[in-house]
Write a protein of this length. Structure first.
Lengths: 426, 426
């Protein structure tokens, strides 16, 4: 990929306070570029910063900023004037005080739902894509791409349009019609691959190494270090919306595990910057039983995550070989949290529980998170007297099929008062 | 309905600056209560206010308020502390500067999309329901209800849950499965009526007059005067987001016509209160050709709206006998606007146009609005050199069927570079 197309001087300015990519495994530092693996040890690269040391000034600047992730521009690999560039302006979604759900679950220490269904394409993917878009702008890339099973495809398609990029998105050819529509409607190229999601991924890696891929930014491959930073904004928003303090527990769904590890990174940054007071917090990971490699490793006490073949209705979490799995295990153990799983029936029950207690209709990933929260409390792994935040990463409209078979009218009647009385609802 | 359950003294406090209901036809005033028709002339009742006369103080208070419709509490029939009560906190959705769409349409004076798909249940209905909920609270009602073909049912179901009401919502029994799920998932009673939407409406009117309906608030019937006020917040937000000034043109979809008339009411209030400078503005109404009673009357120069039998994919606008039709005609003519219509094919094209230019996926009602905007420009009815705002009232995920038949992958390939090259996309 054409790292050389951008002069280093411009580059360091345009990435704000980000100064390098750093290998998570061996610490090797490389210049900011569209690369994702350490040339020394093949470990994952992540963004390193030199932050200003003025917590009061920083906090005031954030609070005066736009109502989107861009209020945290000084903590992200983006230019200071990022909010003036055309993009979807995701983030600063609602942190909902979930008193009714808390009562149902026996939580007495306070429960909040961070509801990311309020993002522009109704999933948390808008956060990560927005950062990848700015990286692509900095690197002079012209086409945005990704492999996806749904949410990411829509987020990339929409973001590309607004930011003025071409897009070419790859999906398994046999996706449900609704997801294909969401991915295709923004008018970029949408390519169905005859194969599984793993085949799509392998093909994308091939494309990056080929001249065809010159000028392409794959949000979740060669732009992954930037993309991942978008998840930190969930941590920032939760703490700011709580009044600049840490919650006791956060329950987070696991697909690749990137969201969970980056939320932990974000919390650590807030502590180091003095934006929140340091105190212990616990990070909990949530998986579906049909795709539980990290939960299984956590329970078995393993450091290594053994890949599985996914079989769950929670398609957006169905990554059988999660790249950040080992880091998730580290964080859950370091903070005194856990990684738990629930089966598909519990996922559906949890979607309905959240809907009927808080009026929030979550996609299956949200059902996994709320289902796991319930199980963690019931099994004594999460203290109900502590303050807990659970993350709903997407919208129920995207996974209607999950609840459709068991969600229907209470009664069908004729349009008469007698018929209504007979139904026994009056 | 039990107006008497609330003492007048409490009532006037709890409704903020609202002081009475006033008949739009004859001006008769009655106390604030769950009534919707004038006892003298059967005209529609609307909320009358005594506003404070301090524009600078009011503007500062609004700007310091929450990022929801509640920042405008002093201009709504709600208590001053409404933001502290549990509800969905809708509103303050994005006003998107639509430069790419403007270029496609030849608009040079500036074009914005007010994107109400960002509301909690992803349609503008959350605004109107939120006001109805506060009225129901004031009147001591315990069950929220409505007749609906989709969006409103979901909005009422979700709002009832959050605000702590029972809900019982009525729909035609043969709605699409997806819409039934959205209406049922929040766990209130959902009753399918064997009949058309008109039958559902008639049944609801019967229910209000029956002892069964005691304590029930029908958002779009006996709470209609309050419910309608929610649409004013679209006018407030548009002007505030433009920097406290009026646009030249606003294009608004027409179902009952209430949204359009209440946006005009909101603009007039802002002018009278001195929050924006007075200047001419034009209000345009948008209908589907398959349900065009107001557009037909406008073109024919009639004052009376002749009912039609709706046949359009824009189901959320399919009201054949729109209650506020005559008022819409008045406003379009008074302001120098127009009422136009587009056919279903143009609706689909407009949904795709908005998606591929701005990354906004609108439901069919949004397609009607954008399609009409395009037609108004092409026919010389709307000045492209003037500043225009068009309203997207709901989310494309709610009406996937409209675009599904014509929205799919650009290509299906094998997972090889050769296969990709053959597809001609590289």
């Amino acid at each position: 990929m054409a790292v050389e197309t951008v002069a280093p001087a411009t580059r360091s300015t345009d990435f704000g306070n980000a100064v390098a990519l750093s290998c998570r495994e061996c610490g090797e530092r490389v210049p900011l570029g569209p690369v994702f693996a350490c040339a020394v040890c093949f470990g994952p690269l992540e963004v390193a910063y030199e932050f200003p040391a003025d917590p009061e000034g920083l906090r005031a600047r954030i609070e005066a900023g736009p109502h989107s992730i861009w209020r945290y521009a000084p903590l992200l690999p983006v230019p200071a004037d990022v909010a003036t560039k055309p993009n979807l302006d995701p983030g600063f979604t609602k942190l909902v005080k979930a008193d009714r759900l808390a009562r149902e679950l026996g939580v007495t220490g306070g429960l909040h739902i961070k509801d990311d269904s309020g993002n522009p394409t109704h999933s948390f993917k808008d956060r990560v894509v927005a950062i990848a878009v700015e990286a692509a702008r900095n690197f002079g890339l012209t086409t945005l791409s990704c492999s996806s099973t749904g949410n990411l495809a829509g987020a990339v398609g929409a973001a590309a349009v607004r930011a003025g990029f071409k897009s070419c998105v790859f999906i398994p050819h046999d996706l449900e019609s609704g997801k294909v529509v969401m991915a295709a409607v923004y008018g970029g190229d949408l390519v169905g691959i005859e194969g599984t999601y793993d085949d799509v991924n392998r093909f994308c890696s091939e494309l990056i190494g080929d001249p065809i891929g010159e000028g392409w930014g794959f949000t979740n491959v060669n732009l992954r270090p930037y993309y991942g930073e978008g998840s930190k904004t969930l941590a920032y928003e939760i703490c700011e919306q709580l009044g600049w303090r840490l919650p006791d527990n956060i329950v987070i769904p696991i697909a690749s595990g990137s969201q969970l590890t980056k939320i932990d990174k974000g919390l650590q940054e807030l502590i180091k910057l003095g934006l929140v007071e340091e105190k212990p917090y616990r990070i909990y990971g949530a998986q579906a039983a049909g795709c539980n490699p990290v939960a299984a490793a956590f329970k078995a006490g393993h450091d290594v995550v053994r890949p599985v073949k996914p079989d769950t209705i929670a398609k957006s979490l169905a990554i059988g070989n999660p790249a950040d799995g080992p880091y998730v295990l580290d964080i859950a153990r370091r903070t005194g949290g856990a990684v738990e799983e629930v089966d598909d029936e519990q996922v559906v029950d949890a979607i309905k529980l959240l809907a009927r207690t808080e009026g929030i209709f979550a996609e299956t990933a949200g059902g996994v998170t709320i289902g796991v929260l319930k199980k963690l409390i019931e099994t004594g792994q999460l203290d109900p007297a502590a303050e807990t935040v659970a993350i709903n990463t997407g919208d129920g409209l995207k996974t209607l099929d999950a609840v459709a078979p068991t969600t229907g009218p209470t009664a069908i009647i004729r349009p008469t008062l007698d018929s209504f009385r007979e139904a026994g609802l009056a």
